[in-house]
Design a protein. Sequence first.
Length: 493
Amino acid sequence: MSGNGNNHSSSHRIRLSPFDYHFLVTQRGEGRRDGCSFTCYYVLDLDGHPDGARLRASLRRAMATYPAVSGGVKYSLSRTRAFWEHNSKTDYADRAYRYHDLRDRCDWTALVEAAIRKSINTEWDLTRPPLVRLVHFDGPDGQSRVCLLWPHALMDAEGAHWFLRELSRLAEDRATDPPPGLLDTREPPDPLAGLSLRKRWRLFREGLDEQSQLSKMKTSHLATASPGDGAAHRFVVRLGSSEQFRRIHANARHLMPNGRGLFATAAALNPIVRFLAACVLRALHRQYTRHGIGTDVYRIAYPMRVSTVATPRPLTGNFISVPTLCASAFEMNDMRMHVEQVHRQVTNFRRHRADVKQWALLWMAGQLQPGLYRRLMCSAIGNTPIHSGFSYFDVGSDPRWTTLAGATIRRVWLGGVVSNPPGWNAVFCRYRDCMTFNLSWIDGVEMESLANEYADLITDEVTHNWLPPSPQINGPEPDEEHAAACRTASFGE
């Protein structure tokens, strides 16, 4: 049965959305039906030390209010339906919260990153609640970090953001009513709600045709090894200064004027999203050129909220659609044209309802048992080869979200690998005037050097001065590669 906020039964089943089920099955652990080897992470860098008792108490309240995080995966007898099963009589907060006192360690940041790497490389047993971990690190000089970890099938990054905002709110003993934009429900909204079976079938067929065409496009890859047993998930964090964010913002404003809102972020920030995606594609092109590898097209995954699910939404669950953005080597010579091509692809994806078609595709495939579903998604029909993932999040739009249990939020970064080797996933996160960039990947033979090179090229692209030169100001000379790009780029109105 499906529970709600007024149901006092000790056991509740929380239905998975089609995208939850997709992540559940495709990101399973090696040889384990109910193990997940894809763990996402969301990190808060804090000034001050959070009050551990308040943090643990707010975690307990949040887990009671949003019970899917305290559930475990179960299947129906036919194994065609998966759900999270939660027992309200069991308190999992103590198991979910972990504390590390590193106040006497000058190398504490390295220890924190090592602990996060260990966590994301530990396979998650989805049958054993809880489905979140909150790890609290206190460092020297009044600094600290809090890391939220969860399996991808539980929720998307927006849901994780809501979860941390709820911890902040509950730690201050504010009203227990859910805030605007967040549903107090255990039933996920249906992006296909109101559509008849006939209309769903038509959208499914159209989505299948479009997916088949996309899968036929040939790509080349730099990865020198495929991930095997025990492959490590790694990450690096770059950027972080207000000066770098001002440069990124100016570049985006120059290359793409403000347009209609395409994301859950404010319309004024959408040029930043398109600009960053274009920079990631350019970085791929530069890296492939350096290594003498040609490919007809570069492709990145570009997740965004599905258009038919607006706010409010539940905290848990994945409510995203994932267009694949493509770029040819030819268009890389003109940065303005390249950014406009990215904008056009995203606009057409929404205009042609490709996000709804994608959900119809997942809804139909979700009727399959896990084994059949996994084989389908690993086939040419279900698998779209990509070079890299890409995401952008603006998490500082709420002026009230500044503290966590008495500590001040200074910086935010998050990430997780994608399932396509080499697992590269470039995630940008803005908190107020700070922009961080996290690159995650699956480690392999010579993969670390390639990943760091890729991260360097992305950082160089986004912070390069794409504005036209001013005769009044003598700025630093661009590097030789960028100088050549600027000579051929169009900076006209």
